[in-house]
Every structure is written in C-alpha cells, then in structure tokens.
Design a binder for this molecule. Structure first.
Ligand SMILES: Cc1cc2nc3c(=O)[nH]c(=O)nc-3n(C[C@H](O)[C@H](O)[C@H](O)COP(=O)(O)O)c2cc1C
Length: 146
C-alpha cells in the first residue's frame, strides 16, 4: 500500500535558486533509492511538496523533512493512506520553480498557493484569538464568586 502527503511551508531564510536546485537534486537521488516519488514546488518563499510511496518510507522521510531547518511552519494539507496509484510515477522529485516558470498555465497554481498562504495566516490569527478567549474564560471561571 502507498501513502501520499502534501504540505506547504515557508523558507526559514531566503534560499537562492542554486540552493533550492541542490535541495531538489539531493532529494531526487535519495527518493529514488527509497521508492518515493512526488513534486516540490517553490514560489515566493513558499514550498509546496507532495510525497508518495510506501507508508513507512513516506512517514520517516516526512519526519526528517518537517525537522529540516531550511523551512518552517510546515502545514500538512492532506494525508492519503492506502492509495493504489501514484500521481507522479515517473518523478523521484519533480522540481517546479514557479518564480521562474514562464508558463502562463501555471499562473492559477501560483494564485491558489498564495490564497492558501493567506488563508493559513488568517487561520493562525483566529487560533490565537481562540486560545486567548479559552484561557480568559477558564481564568474567569476560576475566580471566586462574590
Ligand atoms: C522543502 C524540503 C523538501 C525536501 N524533500 C526531500 C525529499 O523529497 N527527499 C529527501 O530525501 N529529502 C528531502 N529534503 C531533505 C530532508 O529534510 C533531509 O535533509 C534529507 O532527507 C537528509 O536527511 P539525513 O541527512 O538525516 O539522511 C527536503 C527538505 C526540504 C527543506
């Protein structure tokens, strides 16, 4: 059985095109030996990656990736267990740099990625408000009643 994970993350510092290319080339080489396929997209300081392969290989690779210092704020977008087919059977890691691609058909992808990032930021703001309000409620509850 195969598993597929997709996530977005932010560059933790500005990465040059060469650094991103090197990261993707190293990933491709390792993935080939792990039976992992997928794609790695970058755009405006954001990574979007899809990884697919044997369940254990995907899980242990994703743990490593999530702890990688080159990016931060890793947000899992989807986890699919027990998939039968790969979306990217022939790519050990297809690299797509949307900042460089002149293909206008990728413009909607770029816009979607940006929209997800904006949504994520407003979700994070809402979560902060939620945790403050919950905390406030619980503190108020603890006050002795007069
Ligand atoms: C955005 C991003 C995507 C990555 N994708 C992969 C990948 O597909 N395959 C891979 O082997 N390493 C990938 N890496 C690198 C891993 O985090 C890690 O450095 C690598 O697996 C080597 O780990 P090791 O030295 O502990 O064996 C990625 C790193 C980042 C920041």
């Amino acid at each position: 059985m195969l598993k597929r994970i997709s996530y977005i993350s932010k560059f933790s510092r500005p990465l040059t095109r060469d650094e991103v290319n090197q990261l993707a080339a190293d990933a491709e080489e390792r993935n080939r030996s792990l039976g992992i396929t997928g794609m790695l997209m970058s755009s405006g300081g954001i990574f979007y990656q899809m990884l697919e392969g044997p369940i254990e290989a995907v899980d242990s690779l994703f743990q490593k990736i999530a702890a990688d210092q080159r990016h931060t704020d890793v947000l899992v977008l989807s986890v699919q267990e027990e998939i039968e087919d790969r979306l990217f059977p022939s790519w050990a890691m297809k690299k797509v740099n949307l900042d460089e691609e002149a293909l206008s058909r990728l413009e909607p992808v770029k816009a979607l990625l940006e929209a997800i990032v904006v949504q994520r930021e407003s979700m994070q703001r809402l979560m902060r408000v939620l945790s403050r309000s919950v905390w406030q409620e619980l503190m108020d509850d603890n006050q002795p009643r007069s």
